[in-house]
Design a protein around this ligand. Structure first.
Ligand SMILES: *Cc1c(COP(=O)(O)O)cnc(C)c1O
Length: 220
């Protein structure tokens, strides 16, 4: 199967209301170009340096999504071009994104990452922290960011039932926040689901899935 075939298989299996982010991390630019030539424009990377390097080498109409843990001192490198930052996991980071977006004369779309997995290693706000932050009115001061929704990763497990429960919990939380209007916050995007669990995520209301290995094969 070619990259193009893999892409088409996935696209035809999801509703067209769901956006597919092709997770290109670790793969060489030749493979990204192949995906581009197949018509895809939404690319996701988890490391700043890798995204910056690939951005420089590839066509400029690609939309770049940062999906991995982001260090505050690296925001400046992606601020001029990034489309959506999925992995905002602390208020300090949001403030830095706002600052760098201002320098680039942009408004950067962000998702707040919520910790839903039963693992200590995954980053993210707890639901309590996030509710408190949204209600604080703090977002109103950040004129150069727009909060567009939430991102979450389920536990890495074969237990489909557990994954289902975690996505369901996040979706309920998303809908609750969506129903409470707050300035500068516009809940439209629920980013959840990867190669192994995107069907469960979509069933629970995901609007954006991040898929790597099903398109490109296993990462080295
Ligand atoms: C790597 C990664 C993905 C894609 O994983 P696959 O299993 O290859 O689909 C999705 N989201 C995040 C945050 C990732 O780091």
């Amino acid at each position: 199967m070619s990259i193009k075939d893999n892409l088409q298989t996935i696209v035809s299996s999801i509703p067209d209301t769901v956006t597919l982010i092709a997770v290109t991390k670790t793969h060489p630019v030749e493979m990204l170009q192949e995906l581009y030539d197949a018509g895809h424009r939404q690319f996701g990377e988890n490391k700043v340096q890798e995204m910056v390097d690939k951005y420089a080498l590839l066509p400029k109409d690609i939309q770049w999504h940062l999906i991995g843990h982001l260090q505050t001192n690296k925001v400046k490198f992606i601020a001029p071009f990034v489309t959506l930052i999925h992995s905002v996991d602390r208020v300090k980071l949001l403030q830095e994104i706002n600052k760098q977006a201002q320098k680039s004369n942009r408004i950067i779309d962000c998702l707040l990452q919520v910790h839903i997995a039963d693992e200590k290693t995954k980053f993210g706000f707890s639901m309590e922290e996030l509710t408190e932050f949204i209600r604080s009115g703090e977002t109103e001061k950040l004129k150069h960011i727009k909060i567009k929704g939430l991102m979450g990763m389920a536990t890495h497990t074969d237990d489909q039932n557990q994954i289902d429960k975690e996505f369901q919990m996040l979706a309920i939380f998303f809908n609750k926040l969506k129903a409470t209007p707050v300035k500068n916050v516009n809940f439209e995007i629920l980013s959840m689901g990867m190669s192994s669990d995107y069907s469960i995520a979509i069933k629970n209301g995901s609007t954006m899935i991040r898929v790597g290995s099903l398109i490109f094969g296993q990462r080295l």
